[in-house]
Design a protein around this ligand. Sequence first.
Ligand code: DP6
Length: 382
Amino acid sequence: MSTNSLMEDKQAGEATAIIRSPANLALIKYWGKSDPEKNFPANDSLSFVFESFWTQCEISTHSHTTSDVWQLFEYTDKELFQPLNPTPNFFEKGKKQLERIRLACGDARALTIKIGNNFPHGCGIASSASSMSALTTAALSAYTRSNSMQQLASHGWPLGKVAALSRLGSGSACRSFLPGFSWWERGDSPESQSVSSIEVHPDLQIMDTLVLVSSTPKEVPSSTGHLSAFTSPLYSPRLEAIPERIALCQSYMLENSFDQLGSLCEQEALDLHAIAMSATPSANYLLPKTSDILTWVRKQRKSSGIRFYFTLDAGANVHILSRTEDSETVKNLVNRSFPALDLMQSGVGSGIKWMDKADWPRSEHPNFDSLKRTEGQQVYGV
Ligand code: DP6
C-alpha cells in the first residue's frame, strides 16, 4: 500500500479512496423541485461550505466478494469515531446512490464503505449533502483509481458530472464541492442547471454558531417538504421574488454589507418555514425553543450592539451567523442565555478533499471488535 490518498493494492488490483466532504449552509434556500426524480431545483440557491462540519468516506473495491460492507461511524467528543446505528432512511439513500454510481461507471465490483460525520446526526446540518457528495466522490475515485478532481476528470468524470451524480442522491450535495460560496442555478431547463463559485468581499469573514435545540430526527424529511412546497399559497410569490433576492444577496456579499445580508438570511429562513407550515400536508419543523432563540437573537442584537442573525434549515436547530471577530462573544451570549444547549461553530471552508489517511477507530477502541465480520456480511454498527 502506498500512503497516497488513493491506496492501491496492486497485486490484488484493488484501490481505496478517502474523501472528506463539507456540509453546506444555504443563505438563499433550495425549497421545491422542478424534477423530484433528479433533484432539479425549482429555484436558485446560494450557500457556503463549512470548514469544520464534514463527512469522511473511505471506499475500497474488493473483487473477491459480491456484497458491499457498510461501516458507519459517528464522531465522539473524544475525537474518536464510534460505530453508529444508522437510520433506515440513510441506508435506503446510500444503497440507491451506489446503484447509480455503478451504473454510471459500468463497474459492478463490491465495495467496503466506511462513512461518518464529525457532527451529531440529525442536528440541523444537512448531512445528506456532505454524505452523498463524499460517498459519490469516494466510490468514483476507487473505481477509476483517481486521487484528485483532475484525475477524475481525465477518467471522464469532470467536476460538473461528479456533482450532478451526487445531486441525484441529495439535491444540496452538488453545493459541497467548491470552496467558499456557491450559486446553484436552476437554469432554463433541467439540463442547464449548474453550480459556480461566487466572489465575495475579502473582509466578509463569517462564522456559524449552531445552537442544538434537538438531535431527534425530524418527523418530515426535507425530501417530503420539497414535494408539498408548491401547494402553499406563499410559494409562487417566493419563486417570483427569488431572482431579485439572489442578486441582492450577491451584491451584499461583494460589498461586505453584513447587516443587509443577515436580514435577508432571516427573511429567507422564515419564508421557508412559512411555506412548510402552509403547505398540504403541512410540516412544522420548529420547536418552542427554536422560536425562543429567534426572538432572543433579535432582542440581543439590539441590546448588545453585536451584529448576528439567524437562519434555519428544515429543522429545529438554529444557525447564528456573525462576523468571525464577533463569534466568541456570540458563543458566550448564547451560553449565558441557554446554558443547557450545545453549540458548534464553523467558518467557511475550502470544499471537498482527498485524504491521505483516515482517522477511524482501531481495534483498541472498545466498540470496534463488535464490528468484526465475516466476508461479505453487511455491518450496520453495534
Ligand atoms: C432546507 O438537499 O436535503 O436545507 O434534494 O430531497 O435530498 P433532497 O433535499 P436536501 O434539501 C435541503 C433543503 C434545505 C435548504 C437548502 O439547503 O438549500
